[in-house]
Design a protein around this ligand. Structure first.
Ligand SMILES: *[C@@H]1O[C@H](CO)[C@@H](O)[C@H](O)[C@H]1NC(C)=O
Ligand SMILES: *[C@@H]1O[C@H](CO)[C@@H](O)[C@H](O)[C@H]1NC(C)=O
Ligand SMILES: *[C@@H]1O[C@H](CO)[C@@H](O)[C@H](O)[C@H]1NC(C)=O
Ligand SMILES: *[C@@H]1O[C@H](CO)[C@@H](O)[C@H](O)[C@H]1NC(C)=O
Ligand SMILES: *[C@@H]1O[C@H](CO)[C@@H](O)[C@H](O)[C@H]1NC(C)=O
Length: 470
């Protein structure tokens, strides 16, 4: 795809380079820095009647929105800003939104009696992207201005009345990096809107054409309506119920406990297979007849990265995989064509990749497949576990990890053996995530020792065989 190649540079740095890496590191750093209490203290003053440490902020029980004869109870939680990861507002009543350069959400209703009757309009801001502790991501999300007004103004006359629930979210932030596309938008969106059964209007802030091009198949499966590009639409859209923000508890994992009982990650995987027409739902199985068994070999795909963290000796690794009995392929994700790479991964029984966003493609693997994560030098255990190992296991895939040795890192070509890069990764971590990302994630490629790696390949083969014994 010529066009895609040409368009690539402006996006690539973010998708495979520092931006993303930095984002990932920020996750681990800020996670430990922020305590829940500190985060909760930024509740909008309007809503602080409730105990600020409770997980949901209640509007007053006896408060009603009136609209002709219809009276809507507004006793349910409205904005929940207590999570370290997401802010989410679920508003019912007369809700009016204007995109264009305003990005406003207005609730027309008398002020809550409990607020003391000062009668003043109240307003607050929120960003509808579920990674609020990651400042570099949030800097790329347009804020929404919320306000609560007593009566409608001429400027807020409804141009479009929607009868279904609206869901407003952002595709800014770290979108463009496939880990974040899935962890920050697609999986949270699925979780948030599944119960609505397609009776939902999506409104996207920080809309990006290429993002829609890649992921529209998900959106058309989840909603009966065309998406509204919020920032280029200056009409007033009116809703009876509007959800702003997306639910998310973990990265690439749908928490099985309520309130996410709507669905599981395997439902999301099924959806992915449907929307990209991926045929295989089961990995390789040993055939009953010996003849058939020799005819098909399990397939192993290496995720080839073009830029950083490359497999330097790919040919040698492919030969080793073939030698162990796999049909080996190496493939590089196409930035624009999700279906194409989805098919490559879906056709595989084992996926091997160096730690990085490309591993997110484990979502395309058929059930019972094996993921092998190659972890480079640099004390990267926490992010390797948290971002890929745990989610792959939560998806019921087999998971194997291969930690490289110093000799297998190309950092050996750049730094003397006794450098702190090798001797004391913690010291590098202490210099901050820019330094850390630059050295361990940007400068480093891997040159796997085939002899040392081979047992991992054999283990993967064993898993495929063993599983099919029963
Ligand atoms: C922004 O909105 C105001 C009205 O609120 C309008 O006058 C102005 O032209 C808009 N600017 C752009 C660039 O759309
Ligand atoms: C949104 O709110 C911020 C802070 O309250 C304010 O400075 C800004 O002018 C508002 N933007 C619009 C478009 O009303
Ligand atoms: C939307 O609904 C309101 C209240 O029912 C009505 O006054 C208005 O004319 C409707 N707008 C459109 C465009 O249908
Ligand atoms: C959406 O995906 C599901 C699988 O998760 C499938 O059963 C359903 O038919 C799809 N619906 C549409 C409208 O494409
Ligand atoms: C990889 O390294 C981590 C941390 O040093 C360790 O906990 C883990 O067991 C290692 N895994 C393998 C497969 O060697």
């Amino acid at each position: 795809m010529k066009l895609a190649k040409k368009l690539r540079p402006p996006v690539e740095p973010r998708s495979f380079g520092t931006g993303l890496i930095v984002g990932c590191f920020l996750v681990s750093m800020t996670y430990f820095m922020l305590s829940r209490k500190q985060i909760v203290s930024c509740l909008p003053s309007l809503l602080t009647d409730a105990d600020p440490t409770s997980s949901a902020v209640q509007s007053s029980e006896e408060f009603h929105f009136s609209d002709g004869e219809e009276v809507i109870e507004a006793g349910k939680p409205m904005c929940d800003r207590s999570s370290f990861r997401v802010d989410i507002c679920d508003m019912e009543g007369d809700v009016r939104i204007v995109g264009s350069n305003l990005s406003s959400v207005t609730l027309i209703a008398p002020p809550a009696p409990a607020s003391g009757g000062d009668g003043g309009d109240s307003s607050w801001q929120m960003k509808p992207y579920p990674r609020k502790y990651d400042f570099s991501a949030m800097a790329k999300v347009r804020p929404l201005n919320f306000s609560w007004r007593r009566e409608e103004e001429a400027a807020l006359r409804c141009a479009v009345n929607h009868s279904v629930v609206g869901v407003l979210f952002s595709t800014g932030g770290h979108c463009g990096n496939c880990f974040h596309d899935y962890a920050d938008v697609l999986i949270p969106l699925f979780q948030t809107v599944s119960p609505l059964k397609r009776r939902v209007q999506f409104i996207i802030s920080d809309y990006q054409g290429w993002w829609m091009h890649k992921y529209r198949p998900y959106l058309t499966n989840l909603s009966d309506y065309d998406v509204i590009d919020f920032n280029s639409d200056d009409r007033v859209h009116c809703f009876r119920r509007l959800i702003v923000g997306l639910r998310a508890e973990r990265d690439l994992i749908i928490d099985p406990s309520p309130p996410s009982h709507c669905c599981s990650i395997s439902h999301f995987v099924e959806l992915t297979r449907t929307v990209y027409s991926l045929g295989r739902d089961r990995a390789w199985r040993r055939e009953a007849s010996a003849a058939a068994a020799s005819a098909t070999r399990p397939r192993l795909v290496f995720i080839a990265r073009g830029g950083t963290r490359r497999f330097v000796n790919m040919e040698e690794l492919m030969a080793a995989a073939e030698d162990v009995g796999f049909e080996a392929v190496a493939s590089e994700p196409d930035f624009y064509d999700v279906a194409q790479f989805g098919r490559v991964v879906n056709s595989a029984d084992v996926m091997v990749g160096v730690h990085g966003a490309g591993l997110t493609n484990f979502l395309f693997l058929p059930a019972g497949a094996v993921l092998i994560q190659v972890v480079p030098l640099g004390n990267l255990e926490w992010i390797s576990q948290h971002f890929y190992a745990e989610p792959a296991m939560a998806r019921n895939l087999w998971y194997l990890q291969y930690n490289i040795t110093q000799e297998e890192s190309t950092l050996m070509d750049l730094y003397p053996r006794d450098h702190e890069v090798f001797k004391d990764p913690d010291a590098i971590h202490k210099q901050g995530w820019f330094k850390l990302g630059d050295i361990y994630l940007k400068q480093q490629n891997v040159r796997l020792d085939v002899q040392r790696f081979r047992p991992t390949l054999e283990k993967a083969m064993d898993l495929l065989y063993q599983r099919n014994l029963h």
